[in-house]
Design a protein around this ligand. Structure first.
Ligand code: GLY
Length: 438
């Protein structure tokens, strides 16, 4: 089977790593890929939003399947163009992709279809947005409406900070993505990431993980795309997985199909486990990054049949995926200045020395000089991942690997998975407890 994988981050490196293990694979082309992915197949210098270029590449290589990694390609309408060209594609249409590309769309969608979520207001003008804060209590949740690589969210403890975030967002910090601001009720509880596949009709849960969104230890600092993940997380009891599937994932697939945009691909349900049950935080229309990295390490089944089944409407022919018993941990190594102003160019050494039993280093933001020197070329640079017999073993192995890698000015969080070391039952959260207190 010839597969074209679209993307260039750690998520796509993890997908490529798993796809490359499939006995069904003949040829893997990655566009544009990264230096780590280049070891797994061919890379082609086509941008993820170059829809015409990617369709031409898919045709030229006689792709049997195109796998879309990032949301920007979904927003650009890549799946629509591939389907029109008769190329099977894993990834939703632009219309279904609004579940991520517009937070205002998603909140209105949730309201229309009775999905449990928090209250919200959408504004495109600062004075109205500031007045709307009267209807909320601190901490205030201020979000850019459009795609902002996970950085368009501010949890503001005070009204002054909320007003500053509104000015910042509507003032152009995120470009067109911040033309509207969404103010949301702060949901108390523990956050989780659940993934579900859908082929337009049939759906199935496809793993779950927990991420750390804040840049620094102790859940401090600005929001990021994610600084580290682990799976399985104690939060995910069978009961909770079932609730998220029945109350959020399945109704969403039914509703988006009823609205004329059947969903094909993976839906990432980001939810808050509250005392009242799971509440939708937001949807993403692709695998999480870096959630995908720990999912791929733990996935025992061949990934390719599941991707193909979503593209072809054949998910009902497959059993639920099998997962390894081991735990997986991913630690993100980020560039100096991430997320606000990442500094590129620092040399990276030690990635080979870091490798060991069960350890994989995925590239997320790297470049390679002609002489082979690896350099920082993005905000999140490396994803150092490890499998272990249990969570502690996986965590120890991941940090031992991190310690082998040198990246001047870079940083990482040293507390990935702290909740797994001190699990609390979400059903027993006390009224005053929040993410920050736990
Ligand atoms: N790790 C969260 C995200 O992929 O948006």
């Amino acid at each position: 089977m010839n597969i074209l994988l679209v993307g260039s981050g750690g998520r796509e490196h993890a997908l490529a790593w798993k796809i490359a293990q499939s006995p069904l694979l003949t040829r893997l082309v990655m566009a544009p890929g990264n230096p780590g992915m280049a070891a797994l197949g061919e890379v082609a210098p086509v941008k993820v939003t170059d829809v015409a270029g990617l369709v031409a590449l898919a045709r030229e290589m006689a792709a049997d399947l195109v796998v879309i990694g990032p949301e920007s390609a979904v927003e650009a309408g890549l799946a629509d163009a591939l389907v029109a060209a008769g190329v099977p594609c894993f990834g939703p249409s632009q219309a279904a992709g609004q579940l991520e590309s517009s937070k205002a769309f998603t909140k209105a969608f949730a309201e229309r279809h009775g999905l449990p979520t928090g209250a919200y207001v959408v504004c495109d003008e600062a004075a109205a947005a500031k007045a709307a804060l009267d209807g909320f209590s601190p901490p205030y949740v201020i979000k850019a409406d459009g795609l902002a690589a996970g950085k368009g969210v501010v949890i503001a403890p005070t009204r002054a900070e909320a007003e500053a975030a509104i000015d910042d967002t509507l003032g152009g910090r995120f470009g067109a993505a911040g033309a509207r601001v969404v103010i949301e009720e702060f949901l108390e509880g523990e956050i989780g990431s659940l993934f579900a596949l859908c082929d337009g009709k049939t759906s199935m849960v496809f793993g779950h993980a927990q991420d750390h969104k804040r840049a620094y230890d102790g859940e401090k600092g600005p929001n990021t795309g994610g600084m580290g993940t682990y799976a399985p997380a104690p939060l995910f009891t069978d009961e909770l997985v079932d609730q998220v599937r029945r109350q959020l994932a399945e109704p969403t697939f039914a509703a988006i199909a009823a609205e004329g945009a059947p969903y094909r691909g993976v839906l990432f349900v980001e939810f808050m486990a509250t005392r009242e049950g799971p509440r939708l935080v937001e949807f993403n229309v692709r695998f999480g990054d870096p959630e995908c990295q720990v999912l791929m390490l733990r996935l025992e089944s061949d990934l390719v049949p599941y991707l193909m089944a979503c593209a072809k409407g054949e998910l009902d022919r497959l059993p639920p995926p099998a997962w390894r018993n081991e735990a997986a941990v991913c630690v993100v190594m980020a560039a100096e200045g991430y997320p606000d102003a990442p500094v590129a160019g620092a040399p990276i050494t030690g990635t080979d020395q870091a490798l060991g039993d069960g350890v994989v280093v995925f590239h997320a933001g790297t470049s390679k000089d002609a002489d082979g020197t690896l350099r920082v070329a993005g905000g999140r640079v490396l994803n150092v991942c490890a499998l272990g017999t249990d969570f502690s073993a996986a965590r120890q192995a991941a940090y031992a690997a991190v310690n082998q890698i040198h990246m001047p000015g870079g940083f990482y969080r040293s507390d990935i998975g702290w909740r797994a070391l001190n699990p609390v039952s979400y059903t027993h959260l006390r009224a005053h407890e929040t993410e920050a207190d736990l």
